[in-house]
Write a protein that binds this ligand. Sequence first.
Ligand code: MLT
Length: 273
Amino acid sequence: MTELRSMRPILNGYRHWLVEAGPSGGLPVVLVHGFPFSHAAWVPQIEALSDRYRVVAYDLRGLGRTEVGDGQYAFESYVDDLVAVLDHLGEDRAVVCGLSMGGYVALRAVEREPRRFRALVLCDTRSGADGNEGKISRAESVRELKRSGMGPFTEAFLPKVLGPTTLGDRPRVVSAVEDMLRQQRVTGVVAAQLAMAGRTDTTESLHAIAVPTLILVGEEDTLTPPAQAREMAARIPGAELEVIPGVGHLSNLENPQAFNAALVGFLSRLEDA
Ligand code: MLT
């Protein structure tokens, strides 16, 4: 079991929950989780990377153990917080790896603060903003969350984020994901929905990404499918793309072995370059 060191700094007015593992002088790798999870969604990656890298995962504001406050924040605040995490760690540049919502944060951060990036890993994510349909469906989700809490949300969300292979063959993954979802606070989940509905589109700046980039996507991901990942890869100079077989939107949890092999391979090539 990897030893996790936890930190609880106040960043941009919110007490954040960070965990760190691995050698403090190692290449820093910052993991940004998806919606609506916490750093706990990265445990298999922390374990795989911590023998060699300074690996850090944190809870986005309002999620996990990071303070929720009044739940009124723009998407840009998550980017402010990522920059504050790097400052807190004393790292000028880091490899940033974001999954889905975490990828939205990473994409906007690399657009705004490109010098803070050593490399980028984009997992099951997209550069496009929400269209009208997406905004309306978030509004419905907010209504339902406020009316009925995390239980019904969790039941509706699970079959969207997990692929059919996981739903059929990996009961332990299904129940671990379900537990993580049920533990979230409604205010933070609603806040994330509203902030994501207002995020900007980063597609036009993909061509300007000037750091090594790896794109990972689950073969069975229907929320951010492989075709979308390929389009994103085609716009980012030199981007590598790997499709993880037999997994849905939560590729890092559904098949950590395959996901970690791709991630570790990318990081090793980065160090050798
Ligand atoms: C996620 O996994 O972070 C979400 O699917 C992102 C979203 O709702 O757009």
